[in-house]
Design a protein around this ligand. Sequence first.
Ligand SMILES: Nc1ncnc2c1ncn2[C@@H]1O[C@H](COP(=O)(O)OP(=O)(O)OP(=O)(O)O)[C@@H](O)[C@H]1O
Ligand SMILES: [Mg+2]
Length: 254
Amino acid sequence: MTRSIAVHSYKGGTGKSTITANVAVALALKGRRVGVMDMDLEGPGLHVFFDIDPSDLRFTLNDVLAGVAPPEAACVRMSEKMNLNGGELYYSPASVRLSEIMRTLKTGYEVDMFENAIKRLQEKFGLHYLLIDTHPGIMHDTLLALGVCDHQIIVSRVDQQDIFGTGVLIEVSSSFEKPVHLVLNMIPPGVKESEVSKFARVIGAHFTTEMAGWLPWSEEVIGSLSRSVLTLKQPKHAISLRFRALAETIEGFA
Ligand SMILES: Nc1ncnc2c1ncn2[C@@H]1O[C@H](COP(=O)(O)OP(=O)(O)OP(=O)(O)O)[C@@H](O)[C@H]1O
Ligand SMILES: [Mg+2]
């Protein structure tokens, strides 16, 4: 069975793209067939993690949503380049050209086009998972797209500004009646695991949503400058274990 999972947040910079890239690779390294879509059409960033030169791309998701190209034509197979031990990873980039970003923002897109793209990629590549990175906030187009996905992961820092917005987002997202999972990221150093677990339970209960996991603040992540996927480059590092734990939790999603 295929699952589409949107990774979203209210505020920007919570770690959505980092989590999407690392969890996608962690799942692929387990032998799964994984798709990754960069639906942050205003501020795409996944190409940096996957070391793709956007000028090499013939088509992007912008073309797919405009009906100019089929989804599989705007898809880069990463499996050989990344050496994924038999797993598969298909990456659907968004355009980084200003004119195309502006065009997409101006014209918007039909949610049907997005839904069809998901279905087509799932069928064409026999995907187990399709992870969808998003633009933060509660913009109309993004929310419609979220409503199409089977699951939503909402990423939040524990900063009180984030927590407030996360509450708003969970309330809005819950109206789609699809499972909403919360991930806390960048837990400050020095906070003990037992304290985070307690805190996470309190937040989860407060928002009546499921806590999918948490990740500590990591020098390794910030130091990577988003230029590598740590689950691939440093599989034994503690932060990679955390990304893999999140991948395991996703495998358990109903
Ligand atoms: N656990 C972490 N520890 C330290 N730094 C982190 C962690 N997670 C992400 N970062 C850093 O935070 C910054 C933002 O991460 P990322 O780009 O993944 O966020 P985002 O939610 O996708 O942002 P945007 O909303 O702008 O798309 C990056 O510099 C990244 O390296
Ligand atoms: Mg991002």
